[in-house]
Design a protein around this ligand. Structure first.
Ligand SMILES: [Zn+2]
Ligand SMILES: [Zn+2]
Length: 138
């Protein structure tokens, strides 16, 4: 995702492009994972010391309500990520690493559940628990 897409994403949802919003989106885009608001606040302050924690909280909430971000709950914490591309979450239980996989990767499973069990799987946002390659090797 480049800057123009990020701008468009905010504009489409009637959100103004502010320094704090751009910082949050850039962090999520670069780290390519999901973070708690407190981690986002730390990372944002490291990039731009003028962005305070309460501004990060406010903006994360506004962007989640408008669908730019979404949040998942893991280990008692809310983790926020970019919601633009539908995806599922692979979570390593021993170390807590979160990896995103495209929602399409579960299409087969979703189709099987729909025909076999008449169960409609949510198209995105699933938490799939397991072990990452590092924890498997250990
Ligand atoms: Zn996500
Ligand atoms: Zn792991």
């Amino acid at each position: 995702m480049d800057r123009i897409e990020t701008d468009q994403m905010l504009a489409d949802r009637g959100l103004r492009r502010t320094g704090a919003r751009m910082a949050i989106l850039t962090i999520l885009e670069r780290t390519n994972t999901h973070h708690s608001v407190s981690t986002l606040a730390q990372l944002a302050a490291a990039v731009r010391p003028t962005i305070n924690a309460s501004s990060v909280y406010r903006n994360v909430t506004a962007m989640t309500e408008s669908g730019v971000l979404h949040c998942i709950e893991w280990a008692g914490e809310l983790l926020y990520g970019l919601a633009i591309t539908p995806h599922h979450h692979l979570i390593c239980q021993p170390c807590g690493t979160l990896l995103e996989i495209p929602a399409g990767d579960l299409d087969r499973t979703a189709a099987d559940l729909a025909t076999g069990r008449r169960f409609t799987l949510n198209q995105a946002g699933q938490l799939l628990l397991g072990r990452c390659h590092q924890c498997s090797a250990a």
